[in-house]
Design a protein around this ligand. Structure first.
Ligand SMILES: C[S@@+](CC[C@H](N)C(=O)[O-])C[C@H]1O[C@@H](n2cnc3c(N)ncnc32)[C@H](O)[C@@H]1O
Length: 218
């Protein structure tokens, strides 16, 4: 169980305590997510997280896996301030946040190699080009034996949850380039970048955790 304090403050309100933001959805799902990350991430891994948002998932993961070195990031300055504020709860495991926007190549240039790339609740609320850039970044910088972990809702043909279909429609109404992504399309995209799906975990509220591993040359 995470030691993070619970807060009723909604992220949508962008309410904060000295820069620290609280996400209602993170409060609901962070323990389940941290439990999967805890067994999926390599020992002593350097983790790059894309679109870290408030930074609460990084804290929850590092509290159960203090061996990790976690690099949060976000294009949004208020989110990076929140990540920096939350980082103090993780005993030095969380580095100073980076400004990384997958659609701006100049923010990708300085990124070092990493053992794990984690991206949660991002690729549906951004253009498909973000998923493509994520796959290319993993292919270019993931170290041997490294993993990519994606979390979020997916379209799964006839098996798609009605709540995810409704979510897809609402995202597209906000921005036609957004939308819940097809599981098959995401798996195919990562496969085309030498990343094989090794595990698919059903998560609460019809979300999935997808774990990919780099395919090593024969
Ligand atoms: C729905 S929030 C998810 C935040 C956090 N990962 C979570 O699960 O609570 C989506 C995040 O993706 C980030 N984001 C949007 N477009 C992005 C891009 N082009 N590159 C990197 N991050 C992006 C946003 O700034 C935001 O923090």
């Amino acid at each position: 169980m995470s030691k993070l304090p619970r807060s009723p403050i909604a992220l949508e309100d962008r309410a904060n305590e000295q820069g620290r933001l609280y996400s209602p959805s993170a409060a609901r799902n962070r323990d389940a997510i941290a439990a999967v990350l805890a067994r999926a991430l390599p020992t002593g891994a350097s983790v790059l997280e894309i679109g870290s948002g408030t930074g609460e998932h990084a804290v929850a993961a590092c509290q159960v896996r203090p061996d990790l070195s976690w690099q949060p990031s976000d294009p949004d300055a208020a989110s990076r301030d929140s990540q920096a504020s939350w980082a103090g709860e993780a005993g030095g495991a969380i580095l100073a946040p980076l400004e990384i926007d997958l659609l701006r190549s100049q923010t990708l240039a300085e990124i070092d190699g990493f053992d794990a790339l984690v991206c949660m609740n991002v690729i549906h609320i951004a253009p498909w080009a973000v998923a493509e850039a994520l796959a290319a970044l993993a292919q270019g910088r993931l170290r041997p034996g490294g993993v990519v972990v994606l979390y979020g809702p997916y379209l799964q043909g006839d098996a798609t949850a009605p709540s995810n279909l409704a979510f897809d429609a609402s995202l597209k109404a906000r921005n036609p380039e957004w939308g819940v992504r097809s599981l098959d399309a995401v798996v195919a995209l990562l496969a085309s970048h030498d990343l094989c799906l090794i595990e698919q975990v059903d998560m609460p509220a019809n979300n999935l955790m997808l774990i990919f591993q780099r395919r090593e040359p024969e």
